[in-house]
Design a protein around this ligand. Structure first.
Ligand SMILES: [Zn+2]
Length: 284
C-alpha cells in the first residue's frame, strides 16, 4: 500500500517521510511527546543492513561499528540530540526493566550500561534518549502525559508473557507517573498474519493466565499469535485506559521494503530502533 493511502486510512500512526523517515503515534504527537519508530530507511549501512541499521548483527555478515554509530547519530539528530544522549542496553529477551538516569547517558555504544540483559528502560531524566531495537519483536513506547517519565520496551513473546510492559508501567509509577496519564504506542512488528508459532508458546501464555488464550488463533497443529493484541490487553489489565493505547498495526514481515524482519530475512539482516525522550521543550 502506498504511504499516502496508508496515512489516510490509519487512525493511530502516521508515516513521516522527513529528514529521517519514521512512524509516529498521533496520540503521542498530540501530547507533545518526542518519539520515533524508525524504519530501515535513512541510514548509511549497505547490503543486508541497508540502511538505518542499529546493530552490528548476529549472523555471518557484520555491519561496521562505524556505520552503526553513524546511524545512531542520525536517529539522535531527529531529537536534536547526539549519540552521547542515547542509552541502549544489551537485549536478551528478558522482562527486566531498569530505571536510567544521567549516569547512563551515552552508554550502550561505548560502555555497557548494565552487567545483565535489559529489555526495557524508563527515565525521568530530560534529553536522555532511550533506544530499543527490534526486527519483528514488538517495540512499545510509553509516556506520562505530564512529562514525568517515559519508557521504551522490547517485547518479543518472551518479554510479553513475562510482563515486561507491566514492569515498565510499575517503574514509571515509581517515578511519579499516574496510570491514567500513561499513554502507550505499540509500533510496527510481526502481526498475526505472519507470526506462526508452536503449541509450546500457547502453553507458556495460558500457564501464566488462562485468558491469554485469546491471543492465539489455531492453524492446524500451530497457532497464529497476536502480540499487538497481547500487549494492548496486558496494558489494559494494569490500569492503562484503552483510549491511551495506540498501535501501528503494520506487519514488519509483510512490508520488507520498509522494515527489517527476522522471519523474512533470518539472522543476516539489520535491526531497527524505536526511541523516546523527555524534551526540555516538550514539542517535537
Ligand atoms: Zn504479515
Amino acid at each position: 500500500m502506498d504511504i499516502e493511502r496508508e496515512n489516510a486510512l490509519q487512525n493511530d500512526f502516521v508515516y513521516i517521510e522527513g529528514k529521517v523517515p519514521c512512524y509516529q503515534s498521533r496520540l503521542f504527537s498530540a501530547n507533545g511527546i518526542a518519539h520515533a519508530f524508525f524504519t530501515k530507511k535513512g541510514g548509511v549501512s549497505t547490503g543486508v543492513f541497508e540502511s538505518l541499521n542499529f546493530s552490528t548483527g548476529n549472523g555471518s555478515i557484520k555491519d561496521s561499528r562505524e556505520n552503526v554509530l553513524k546511524n545512531h547519530a542520525i536517529a539522535a539528530s531527529l531529537f536534536g540530540l547526539t549519540v552521547r544522549d542515547i542509552c541502549r542496553s544489551v537485549q536478551t529477551h528478558t522482562s527486566t526493566v531498569e530505571t536510567v538516569n544521567s549516569s547512563h547517558r551515552g552508554k550502550g555504544l561505548t560502555a555497557e550500561p548494565f552487567d545483565h540483559g535489559v529489555d526495557g528502560m524508563v527515565t525521568a531524566e530530560k534529553n536522555l534518549l532511550l533506544s530499543i531495537r527490534t526486527a519483528d519483536c514488538v517495540p512499545v513506547l510509553l509516556a506520562d502525559k505530564e512529562g514525568k517519565a517515559v519508557g521504551a520496551v522490547h517485547a518479543g513473546w518472551r518479554g510479553t508473557v513475562g510482563g515486561i510492559t507491566v514492569n515498565a508501567v510499575e517503574k514509571m509509577v515509581e517515578l511519579g507517573a499516574r496510570r491514567e496519564n500513561i499513554i502507550a504506542a505499540i509500533g510496527p512488528c510481526i502481526a498475526n498474519c505472519c507470526y506462526e508459532v508452536g503449541g509450546e508458546l500457547f502453553e507458556a501464555f495460558t500457564e501464566k493466565n488462562e485468558s491469554y488464550s485469546a491471543f492465539f488463533k489455531p492453524k492446524g497443529e500451530k497457532f497464529m499469535l497476536d502480540l499487538v493484541f497481547a500487549n494492548r490487553f496486558i496494558l489494559e489489565q494494569v490500569g492503562i485506559p484503552p483510549e491511551n493505547i495506540s498501535s501501528a498495526d503494520i506487519c514488519t514481515r509483510c512490508n520488507g521494503d520498509r522494515f527489517f524482519s527476522h522471519r523474512l530475512s533470518g539472522v543476516d539482516r539489520g535491526t531497527m530502533s524505536a526511541a523516546i525522550a523527555i524534551k526540555n521543550v516538550n514539542r517535537f
